[in-house]
Design a binder for this molecule. Structure first.
Ligand code: ZN
Length: 483
């Protein structure tokens, strides 16, 4: 009996991740002559495409409009909002020459698009009657990362940056929009079976130019935390910087309010990371490029081999007609065992084995990727059986991922317990907090962790004391080792 193992996945996650994206031909990383840039290979591109379809659907359904702004942002625009440029200055790539000519104004490769989008909004929008407006684009952004880069997780070219930018006639409406952004991301991650916690980032770690930042984080198999999505209320900071006013309902002029929110390649990295096992990818069926692989098991005479192959092709045709994405692996140079290994690494949700026995009895062997459980299924029941199996797989991998995340959260009320946790340094630590920066900084320093921020939605820490200063705690704050 085969069984899944997750030893390598857990104890040597970084190595496992690099292995799996290469073995499954998802993303070719590390060979491009520019550090921090990689190539989406055909199989990976198919996964990415389905995730993008989902992202588009979630935004379109809630009235967002897709746009495409220029990649190059002149320095004069990028410098308009002073906090913003201060936050990004040391990681911007600059274009300084056109051919041999030095440029009068340096051009930034967009690190994000608040500035050029606000510039255009100031030309397009004059009145509250046009609001709210919700734009988004899915583009490459560039960051000159000085930390160690990592495939799909810390890149210098982020190739799949979905940035949404919205504009409103009141603060209240911008607050409602932040909630909608959170709802969109909840639905996105829930759909992909990705578990998360939501935190309000501390003041010192919010988006440069924002009033505040709400972030989604997840726990990687090695216990370190990865930020997978953020939503920012930008207030009037950018519209003020651009001196951009609109007419309000009462006839007065005022600066409109904005939000922005983004997700990136990390969504796909997280699907790979949280669902995988030692054999490779485990893909949710709805985003798997190939959902069912049919493996003919050739034994016996040439005639018998021909019968097996014909049966495999006929099963594939039936499944395709029912809307499944199917592949028959007819390669003669590979033995069945090698084919199992190959498709398991690629995370194909269901495998159907067809041998002479199956041809004779009409009963097929079906294997699911997430548990490697085997089933005997009568041929005519195969489509409905697989449809049900897809549902079981989706539910199982989501539950398994959530179990892991929830078991990675430790809530403590004293520094002694926190130190004990820090010895293991796995997952997320939650502690009561007085909300003063100096206390969080002390915890960061002593435990060598980062402050993720306070639990969102806000949760009172009634009757508890801040373990650092002893003052009454206001709420719960999260810490973790992060990527
Ligand atoms: Zn304190």
């Amino acid at each position: 009996m085969t069984a899944i193992t997750r030893d390598r996945w857990r104890s040597n996650f970084s190595e496992w991740f690099d292995w799996v994206i290469e073995e499954a031909e998802v993303y070719d990383y590390g060979r491009y002559p520019v550090k921090g840039m990689g190539v989406w290979m055909p199989y990976g591109f198919q996964i990415r495409r389905r995730v993008l379809e989902l992202i588009r659907e979630l935004h379109d359904r809630r009235g967002h409009e897709e746009v495409l702004f220029p990649l190059l942002i002149p320095e004069t625009l990028l410098r308009k909002e002073s906090e913003h440029i201060r936050g990004f200055e040391d990681e911007v790539y600059w274009v300084t020459h056109g051919g041999l000519e030095p440029l009068d104004v340096k051009l930034a490769l967009r690190p994000t698009s608040e500035t050029n989008i606000t510039y255009y909004e100031s030309l397009w929008i004059k009145s509250y009657k046009q609001l709210p407006k919700k734009y988004y684009q899915i583009v490459s952004v560039f960051r000159y990362e000085t930390k160690a880069t990592r495939a799909m997780i810390r890149l210098r070219e982020v190739t799949t940056f979905k940035e949404a930018h919205t504009i409103h006639d009141s603060f209240e409406d911008s607050e409602r929009q932040v909630l909608e952004a959170i709802e969109i991301y909840r639905e996105l991650f829930d759909n992909l079976g990705i578990p998360y916690v939501i935190s309000r980032r501390p003041e010192w770690d919010k988006f440069a130019g924002a009033l505040y930042t709400i972030a989604f984080d997840t726990v990687m198999p090695d216990g370190r935390v990865l930020q997978i999505g953020t939503a920012h209320n930008l207030g009037q900071n950018f519209t003020r910087a651009f001196d951009f006013k609109i007419q309000l309902q009462d006839g007065s002029l005022d600066y409109p309010w904005q939000t922005s929110y983004g997700v990136s390649d990390r969504v796909i990295a997280t699907i790979i990371a949280v669902h995988g096992d030692d054999r490779g990818l485990v893909l949710p069926p709805h985003i798997a490029p190939i959902q069912v692989v049919v493996i003919p098991i050739p034994v016996g005479s040439e005639e018998e081999k021909r019968l097996v192959l014909e049966e495999a092709r006929s099963i594939s045709r039936v499944l395709e007609e029912r809307g499944f994405r199917v592949r028959v692996d007819e390669r003669e140079e590979l033995r069945p065992g090698a084919k199992y290994y190959y498709w398991e690494a690629r995370g194909v949700p269901v495998r159907v084995d067809v041998g002479l026995e199956e041809v004779k009895t009409g009963v097929l062997t079906v294997v699911r990727r997430d548990t490697l459980d085997r089933y005997k299924v009568a041929g005519e029941e195969l489509p409905s059986f697989i449809a049900k199996l897809f549902n079981d797989i989706t539910v199982n991998i989501k539950r398994r991922a959530w179990d892991y995340l929830l078991s990675s959260i430790r809530r403590v009320t004293s520094m002694d317990e926190a130190r004990e946790w820090a010895g293991e340094k796995r997952g997320i630590l939650e502690m009561p907090w007085c909300s003063r920066e100096e206390c969080a900084r002390r915890v960061e320093e002593e435990l060598e962790v980062k402050t993720l921020g306070v639990v969102w939605p806000f949760e009172e820490a009634r009757g508890l004391a801040c373990p650092i200063c002893g003052r009454p705690a206001v709420t719960w704050v999260r810490y973790a080792k992060t990527y």
